[in-house]
Design a protein around this ligand. Structure first.
Ligand SMILES: O=C(O)CCC(=O)C(=O)O
Length: 433
């Protein structure tokens, strides 16, 4: 018999869901273990198919502490495993397991919140298409990118039907049985389609209350066939949104370059060939939202990230006060983050926004973040037009591929591990704090 893929470390405290390529082996192993665990174990198999089992063992009356989902490779070897936040919620945990508990200073506390004096920028993009108003909205866009690195847009051209369908497809995906989602599970952050949890669960010291599906989205024809085939309408609904949000990103980038005084066609071809990655996020109801977060503070690697959500949960950091601002949900609005690559391109005139996702005790939240930057290997560097004696080069060049390398080697959930910090050129004027 092949050795078991995973040995419980402390069967008195731990609960396991086990995936195996060999159903009988898996079930026999658990039955065998059950006796030696000498627990009042309850044992059930939730899902079965010829190649997998999902089993639950727990002491009667005990709180589930840990759930492991296994996926073997095709030969039944190399088990990869993770704990899904959604499975924990579905099991009805009333406390978050220890691995989700943040140090007190990193929790979502009202003491760290800022109620801004002015409402967050909400830009009406209809004005971009009206020659008499364009310069005003371009100026406002520039101001939002400079002051906060964040704004919301309305009249963005994407119909509510398209955004609602995409969020509906996301919801149906997360509602699938575990084995259908596990088809897309991967530990490899370079995988073009990846179902997972937390941020980079292999590296994360503290885990985050999020399950996600990430997939590349441009050129769509290269990737769409590897997107989930279940639920059946997923590809159709998500691709409609992917196409439209990409058009919006190009329109916004054009206007933002204009606000920097760059030529109208600046990097137009490069953005046309650029990359688009979509992160479809699910933040299940969390029994102790004051102890955990859905996403840690981070900035995005992209030039721009456009986010659609079904309810409130995003917080952005106001750098001056070092406090968090909760972004109110506005029907029909899309949220836009300045990412690290735009900070680099603008040579620091615009700042990538640090943000995080909070969780709610009652409601599940869904969001779809669409990340836009140049193609995988293309280096982003400060625009020559924005570099002179008064504004010396502040950043090294970097590509999306460089970011992935950074992410695979770094636990970004630890405070102070920001990609943009690795790109800064240090000189005696530098004021990193
Ligand atoms: O869901 C959110 O509000 C934030 C998502 C996010 O930051 C991300 O996917 O990188």
């Amino acid at each position: 018999m092949r050795p078991p893929a995973w040995e419980p470390r402390d069967p008195k405290r731990h609960i396991h869901l086990t995936f195996s390529s060999d159903l009988n082996f898996c079930l026999n192993y658990i039955r065998l273990k059950k006796a030696s665990w000498s627990l009042n174990s309850f044992f059930s198999v939730s899902y079965k198919n010829p190649t997998s089992a999902l089993a639950t063992c727990f002491r009667e009356g005990a709180e589930p502490k840990e759930i492991r989902i296994f996926k073997m490779d095709q030969g039944g070897e190399n088990p990869a495993s993770f704990t899904s936040a959604l499975s924990l919620t579905q099991m009805g945990v009333s406390r978050v397991p220890r691995r989700y508990i943040l140090p007190p200073l990193q929790r979502n506390s009202y003491l760290d919140q800022l109620l801004p004096a002015d409402p967050l920028p909400m830009l009406d993009l209809a004005a971009l298409r009206q020659p008499s108003q364009r310069s005003i909205i371009v100026r406002d866009l520039g101001r939002a990118c400079r002051d906060l690195g964040f704004f919301q847009v309305i009249n963005h051209g994407i119909s509510p039907l398209v955004t609602q369908s995409a969020l509906g497809a996301a919801s149906e995906f997360f509602d699938l049985p575990v084995q259908d989602k596990m088809v897309h599970f991967s530990d490899d952050i370079n995988a073009p389609v990846r179902y997972g949890t937390s941020v980079n669960h292999k590296n994360d010291q503290v885990h985050f209350w999020r399950d996600f599906l990430k997939h590349y989205a441009h050129p769509l024809s290269n990737w769409i066939n590897s997107w989930p085939s279940k639920p059946p309408e997923y590809r159709n609904k998500m691709s409609k949104y992917a196409r439209e949000v990409r058009e919006l990103s190009k329109e916004l980038m054009g206007a933002i370059f204009e606000s920097l005084g760059l030529e109208g066609d600046y990097l137009r071809d490069e953005m046309e060939e650029g990359s688009q990655v979509m992160a479809v996020n699910c933040y299940p109801p969390c029994p102790e939202p004051e102890l955990a977060l859905g996403m840690p503070p981070h900035s995005d690697y992209s030039c721009l990230t456009i986010l659609v959500q079904d309810r409130q949960g995003l917080q952005i950091k106001e750098e001056k006060s070092n406090k968090w601002i909760s972004v109110p949900a506005t029907q029909g609005a899309l949220l836009v983050h300045v990412g690290d690559h735009l900070e680099v391109l603008s040579n620091g005139r615009y700042k990538s926004v640090v943000h995080r996702a909070t969780v709610d005790p009652e409601s599940r939240r869904l969001s779809i973040a669409s990340f836009h930057t140049l193609s995988m290997q293309k280096k982003v560097r400060p625009a020559e037009e924005l570099v002179d004696k008064q504004h010396p080069i502040k950043y090294k060049e970097s590509s999306f591929a460089d970011f992935l390398q950074f992410l695979s080697a770094t636990d970004i959930t630890q405070l102070g591990r920001k990609y943009i910090d690795t790109l800064r050129v240090l000189d005696h004027h530098d004021d990193i704090n």
